[in-house]
Design a protein around this ligand. Structure first.
Ligand code: DGL
Length: 263
């Protein structure tokens, strides 16, 4: 039996990454932690996100002996991944970042929208990524305060209202010159409402999420890749267990026995 891979997010958003991980590594066991009791990360101080990321990582190592860690959260990756790697040099740590490079390559109008949390957009890591793509496309950045929280609580009215507000703020979208034809979903919660966002943006706009590339990268760095066997999925949350349970049922079509984590 190979050791599990740990995956964490501020809440249910990392399920969009876990979906891709399970498709890429069908025999791999995972332990998923939703830090819903301390979410949202995107509108909190980086210090809070760093502290939570360190505590969750320590727990995944000590209690589950994880063979690798996927930080399935753009905000936590931006704030904490360098420190996590420094503190756990033996542990492969894979992070998520907004797919600016693939978006610049995919865009024919060379105009790309980026929806992400304020914490991600304001981070030095994101600013460096943006600078590295200078001249490849025009990037229109939009911080989506409250959207991850609305998704976390599966509040469809608030998701629709905030989605409309932030899509409108991006400006004209479509295939014509000067319009945004590609939108980066720079928060792992957003792919969970991709249908709503696609309906607001229109059918001509391509949405790009980071789950599949993260899953491929995880496969590359895994010390042991399980080739057969029945994988186990374990679920933990620092918030309400029924919230994670409902989300797993809805997006992964799985029954989850969710444990409550008090750290
Ligand atoms: N899902 C997280 C991300 O990818 C953040 C959501 C939050 O604000 O907690 O950035």
């Amino acid at each position: 039996m190979t050791r599990p891979v740990g995956v964490f997010d501020s809440g249910i958003g990392g399920l969009s990454v876990l979906q891709a991980l399970r498709a890429e590594l069908p025999h791999q066991s995972f332990v998923y932690v939703a830090d819903s009791g301390h979410a949202p990360y995107g509108e909190r101080e980086p210090g809070h996100v760093i502290e939570r990321s360190q505590a969750l990582t320590r727990h995944l190592i000590q209690a589950y002996d994880v063979q690798a860690l996927v930080v399935a959260c753009n905000t936590a990756t931006a704030a904490a991944i360098a420190l996590l790697r420094q503190q756990h040099p033996e542990l492969p740590v894979v992070g998520v970042e907004p797919a600016l490079k693939p978006a610049a390559q995919a865009s024919r109008t060379h105009r790309v929208g980026v929806l992400a949390t304020r914490g991600t957009l304001e981070s030095a890591k994101f600013q460096a990524l943006l600078a590295s793509q200078q001249g490849q496309a025009d990037f229109v950045l939009q911080a989506c305060d409250g959207l991850a929280d609305a998704i976390e609580h599966q509040d469809s009215e608030r998701i629709a209202a905030l989605g409309r507000r932030y899509v409108q703020a991006l400006g004209s979208c479509g295939q014509d010159e000067g319009k945004i034809d590609t939108v980066v979903l720079g928060c792992t919660h957003y792919p969970l409402v991709a249908d709503t966002l696609q309906a607001l943006l229109g059918p001509e706009v391509e949405l790009l999420a980071s789950g599949p590339p993260v899953a491929r990268q995880t496969r590359r760095v895994l010390p042991q890749v399980a080739g057969s066997g029945h994988p186990t999925l374990r679920w933990l949350t620092t918030g309400p267990a029924d919230q994670l349970q409902a989300a797993v049922q809805r997006w992964l079509q799985a029954q989850a026995h969710v444990g409550t984590l008090k750290i």
